[in-house]
Design a protein around this ligand. Structure first.
Ligand SMILES: [Zn+2]
Ligand SMILES: [Zn+2]
Length: 259
């Protein structure tokens, strides 16, 4: 039994066969699915999918690539829905910054501002955070600690293997492990995996992206969490069912405690 804690089911790439994707996963033992909010334009569709499927839940948030959508998004209307389990994905992503140095600095400070605003919303609604961090570990960690985000906790989704972030395990943060762990060149993540406290490990696909081996290059989907769990069991030298149990219990603790 597995919970896919990060799957963009509202993506265009599932539009034609969403029910098949979900049923394949259910047949394989995937018990719950969480759609992270990323694009304000597809949030209503994410909500609709969660309404139509008992085992699908969603989060509301603005991705750092989409911060212009923040002001017009009515967080309250989504957060009051019983299927809304988290705020995010939100965070910092400095990977694709463009323009002059000043423009880059301006973009960074806007991302920080919107990230902080979403942490405040999460605390107000007592919802955990789904956090996206890319090339911005130290700024993100600083904000999480300064804003006392551990009050609600959250997941560092698609954990970037930065050891400086490991200490956040002591502040109520979990670490989302996805298809990257199956890649041959993911040495950093493979080496750091055993240093993550077991009670802070989560499994996610981040589908349609980051498809694990042996399906790399194809569309990712929740049934492929199997390959992630299997790889984790090999690397951590733990039985597969123990990996599934631990990560499922962790996901329940973080996202579904109040259900
Ligand atoms: Zn992300
Ligand atoms: Zn994502």
């Amino acid at each position: 039994m597995i919970i896919d804690t990060h799957i963009h089911l509202d993506s265009d790439r599932y539009k034609d066969d969403l029910n098949d994707v979900l049923n394949r996963a259910r047949d394989g033992g995937i018990k719950k699915f969480i759609i992270p909010g990323a694009d304000a334009d597809t949030l209503d569709y994410a909500l609709e999918i969660s309404k139509n499927n008992e085992d699908v839940f969603f989060a509301v948030g603005i991705h750092p690539y989409d911060i212009d959508g923040f002001d017009s998004l009515n967080f309250d209307s989504y957060l009051s829905d019983e299927k809304c389990v988290a705020v995010g994905e939100c965070g910092l992503d400095y990977f694709r910054l463009e323009g002059s140095d000043e423009e880059k600095e301006l973009e960074k400070s806007r991302q920080k501002e919107i990230f902080i605003a979403q942490i405040k919303i999460a605390k107000r609604y007592k919802k955990p955070l789904i956090i996206h961090i890319r090339d911005a570990s130290s700024d993100a960690k600083k904000i999480l600690l300064e804003q006392n985000a551990g009050e609600v906790g959250g997941v560092l989704h698609c954990y970037n293997a930065d050891e400086d972030l490991l200490s956040l395990a002591n502040d109520g943060f979990y670490f989302g492990i996805g298809g990257v762990v199956t890649f041959k060149n993911a040495k950093k993540l493979i080496n750091v995996l055993s240093k993550i406290p077991k009670d802070k490990l989560l499994i996610e696909t981040d589908g349609p992206y980051l498809t694990p081996t042996p399906h790399r290059g194809e569309r990712n989907e929740p049934i492929y969490t199997k390959y992630i769990a299997k790889k984790m069991s090999e690397l951590l030298e733990m039985p597969l069912d123990e990996i599934e149990n631990i990560t499922t219990n962790n996901a329940i603790k973080l996202f579904f405690n109040h259900y």
